[in-house]
Design a protein around this ligand. Sequence first.
Ligand code: AR6
Length: 231
Amino acid sequence: PEAIGTCSIEVEKKSNNMKKNEEQSKQSVSSVINSHTLAFPSISTADFQFDLERASDIIVDTAAEFVQKHDNGRLVLVDLSQKSRILSLVKDKASKKSIDSSRFFTFVGDITQLKSKGGLQCNVIANAANWRLKAGGGGVNAAIFNAAGEALQRATKECADTLRPGSSVSVPLPSTSPLHQKEGVTHVIHVLGPNMNPMRPDCLKNDYTKGCKILHDAYNSLFENFASIVQ
Ligand code: AR6
């Protein structure tokens, strides 16, 4: 386990739905206080154009392994819309595999406002980053860097300059960051997934043999970095 305050890098290796969210978060507040929770977006499936069926299999498999291997820590897959296809695919597949739903579940909300808007306290959040670990761009990367302010950019630079596809870096978020103060986020784990978008660097040109391996490595690296924060 890494000491808290240091970076750790793992390389290569509102409707019915709102109601459900509310129930889930009430349950989480009452029964699992102080439990470490990782909120993560679906890596590579929007701007990086990775296939959703394959991605959902990989998310469910790697989350199941995490739950089996580690006694502590909850994993929450987050997306913005209740119509999110990746959320429904993952929900269905996770329930078919009978994964403990108190350890792994899905949640609709903005990953930068989970506590304030959704009532779900997550001390760790993951970012679908770019290889330069640069703020901006679009998607969840822009949202997280915007919400966390300059403190995250500085802290990230202290940990790593770049990221390889399939790897992640865990960055302690300074208490000066608004995301730390408002949402209780103490760590951001940047993850670089495989890219299938020809307009972005390192496009895999539809090679899903490589792509699936890289996405698998990316989630394993993310969950192991989370596990080292939990312990
Ligand atoms: N809260 C929760 N989920 C979100 C949020 C949010 N605020 N914003 C987006 N999502 P993407 P990628 C979901 O495109 O495919 C960036 O520009 C979104 O619906 O952010 O890995 C980086 O700089 C989707 O399910 O990540 C990279 O260059 C998921 O987050 C590139 O995009 C991931 O979508 C990475 O592309």
